[in-house]
Design a protein around this ligand. Structure first.
Ligand SMILES: [Fe+2]
Ligand SMILES: [Fe+2]
Length: 184
């Protein structure tokens, strides 16, 4: 393949020398991605909580910190079952989602509008996690790793619950208050 094929953005991509060869390797790669993402999120969540004002939102975020700690431990368990190192691999998507969340803080005044922005950013993060765990569970099942699949299913259920909690706090009061601020 010619080098220009990849440079113009349309061509076929040449694999790196350490590219995943089978589903198992891809599975491990994606596990490294999600453990990196969860650890990055753990560092970012306290800032989100500190910048939120609605008590329900603050407690939803704080609750998700401890849930996320448990998810990291669960992933460490998964790596142990696989006999692999639990070192993460930089997750560009989560880095980008966190950056976006931080820029929402800069672009809003503290209060209902910023809260609505925090919910929006958090839901994008939850949906990334939901998509990632959904795929990982499918991979685990295909690979016959049933114990791992059930560990990941527990995490997926927690992510869906977090998403529902965020939706709830948005619909119940925050978006409403934020729209009130428009008319002030
Ligand atoms: Fe998570
Ligand atoms: Fe989450």
């Amino acid at each position: 393949m010619k080098e220009t094929d990849t440079q113009n953005g349309k061509g076929k991509v040449a694999a790196k020398s350490n590219a995943a060869e089978g589903l198992k390797e891809l599975f491990i790669d994606e596990l490294k991605d999600i453990i990196y993402a969860e650890r990055a999120l753990l560092k970012a969540l306290p800032k989100m909580a500190n910048n939120a004002t609605e008590p329900k939102l603050i407690s939803a975020i704080e609750q998700h910190v401890s849930v996320t700690e448990g998810q990291v431990k669960r992933l460490e368990q998964v790596f142990e079952i696989l006999g692999e190192s639990n070192r993460g691999k930089k997750c560009d998507a989560m880095e980008g989602l966190i950056k976006e969340a931080e820029s929402i803080l800069e672009e809003t005044e503290a209060g209902a509008v910023r809260d609505a922005g925090i919910i929006s950013a958090s839901q994008k993060i939850e949906h990334y996690e939901i998509a990632s765990y959904g795929t990982l569970i499918a991979f685990a099942k295909t690979l016959g790793e049933n114990e791992i699949a059930s560990l990941l299913e527990s995490t997926l259920a927690e992510e869906k619950e977090a998403d529902a909690l965020l939706t709830d706090s948005a619909y119940n009061s925050i978006n409403f208050q934020a729209s009130e601020e428009d008319s002030e």
